[in-house]
Design a protein around this ligand. Structure first.
Ligand code: NAD
Length: 423
């Protein structure tokens, strides 16, 4: 199967998006055809259909996946998503993006991802625990501290990671904290992990703003997706003096041109289940929110939100991808033509996997760092990678996404050439 042949039509399927992005960057590199396809295609994929006993005594069947995209640089790393729309193609795309993300910031990991097609909000706590423990058991043939280390993603939490760690440890007969990251601090999690992705987004905004001469004091910011990534990014940018003028979640968006207080909005969401209805704010749809005039736009919810259709209507000076894959390749082309800089997901939201790496290292060594040490090391790694990507994009005269992919693919390909093809 050829990676090129898999791109059937320019639809907004995440896996096709990931392959189109890969093919565009790979065209700049002298990769042999077989190596090109080996880097594009997932190494191994597992789909599991499994039963869960529900609170009322009935049994429901769920479908989950775990995909290892590439293992050349080391064990695979990647989150687990619980969402009704999870598909194998989405998990494949997210796994491939993890390979490039780890490579571009210099971590010794390959890429993986997992997911279950479920709405976690529709389950009781007991049902969520049963589903998690059964899914963890089903994918345990793919998971280990040396081979594949999951982490949280959309719809999963530190508590879910704790259940996965406990399930794996029960099967092994001893505690194995390094089998997952994003755990609660009480059982070997790292300080700073919950905030790490949003912190990385803030650092990306800060570095990009310097390079495009955008003053951040009173800069207006719009955040789509007020979850883990979006809330932390909003709070840290607010601390830098930015004005958060609109945010949204799955139920809709809120807008206040004078600025929203991110912490108060979070309290409102925690109390009511949504940002909608926050006192003093007006309502805005998720679609309209993306088109609000602003200095910085942070798409931090899902894939495929900015497309060839709505990209021409965006009115922002800078886009930083908090989410994975929020901008389609067609939209990328429009934004490039309009000279709107886009800090790509594999760089902008890499803070999470960087601190997951720290958590894994701390767990293996049983030697734990302070929050200050975690944040300093995160900043050092992310800021260095940011400027290397910027330089590469200038050198090749390409968009930042292509520059980031060129660096990432080169790193994996170089390692592959050195390791050789077995046997
Ligand atoms: P989350 O579940 O904490 O938050 C997602 C948020 O998006 C929720 O507030 C949800 O209500 C909202 N949302 C759902 N559908 C929406 C829609 N149509 N429009 C607007 N908002 C919508 O998830 P998260 O961990 O913050 O992840 C968000 C994105 O960031 C995902 O693409 C994820 O893969 C990516 N990411 C997360 C991490 C991490 O460490 N959590 C790391 C890297 C990348």
């Amino acid at each position: 199967m050829s990676a090129q042949a898999l791109v059937i039509a320019p639809r907004e399927d995440p896996w096709e998006m990931a392959l189109r992005q890969f093919n565009e960057a790979a065209d700049y590199l002298p990769l042999k055809r077989g190596i090109h396809d080996y880097l594009a295609l997932p190494k191994r994929e597992l789909t599991v259909n499994f039963p869960v006993k529900m609170d009322d005594g009935s049994v429901s069947l769920f479908t989950g996946h775990r995909v290892h995209h590439n293992t050349v640089l080391g064990p695979t790393k990647g989150g687990i998503r619980y969402h009704p729309d999870v598909t194998l193609n989405e998990v494949r795309a997210l796994a491939m993006w993890m390979t490039w993300k780890c490579a571009v910031v210099g971590l010794p990991y390959g890429g993986a991802k997992g997911g279950v097609a479920v709405d976690p909000k529709s389950l009781s706590r007991d049902e969520l625990e049963h589903l998690t423990r059964r899914y963890a058991t089903e994918i345990s043939i793919m998971m280990s501290p040396e081979g594949d280390i999951p982490a949280p993603d959309v719809g999963t939490t530190p508590q879910v990671m704790a259940w996965i760690m406990d399930t794996y440890s029960m099967h092994r007969g001893y505690s194995t904290p390094s089998v997952v990251t994003g755990k609660p601090v009480e059982i070997g999690g790292s300080f700073g992990r919950v905030e790490a992705t949003g912190r990385g987004v803030m650092l990306s905004v800060r570095e990009a703003a310097k390079l495009i001469s955008l003053p951040l004091s009173d800069a207006t910011v719009v955040v789509q997706g007020y979850g883990n990534v979006g809330t932390v990014a909003a709070e840290l940018l607010h601390e830098l003096g930015c004005r958060i003028i609109a945010v949204s979640d799955s139920r809709g968006g809120i807008h206040n041109p004078k600025g929203l207080h991110p912490g108060e909005v979070l309290k409102h969401k925690q109390a009511t289940g949504s940002v909608v209805g926050f006192p003093g704010s007006g309502r805005v749809t998720n679609a309209a929110l993306l088109e609000l005039p602003c200095d910085v736009l942070l798409p931090s919810a899902f894939e495929g939100q900015i497309t060839g259709e709505n990209a021409p209507r965006l009115k922002t000076k800078l886009i930083v991808e908090g989410a994975n894959g929020p901008i389609t390749p067609d939209a990328d082309a429009v934004l490039a033509e309009r000279r709107t800089p886009v800090i790509p997901d594999i760089l902008a939201n890499a803070g999470g996997v960087i601190v997951s790496y720290f958590e894994w290292v701390q767990g293996l060594q049983q030697f734990f760092w302070t929050e200050e040490e975690v944040n300093q090391n995160l900043e050092r790694i992310l800021v260095r990678a940011f400027h290397k990507v910027w330089q590469t994009a200038e050198e090749y005269k390409v968009r930042l996404r292509v520059g980031a992919l060129i660096r990432a693919i080169t790193r994996v390909a170089d390692a592959l050439y050195i390791r050789g093809i077995y046997p």
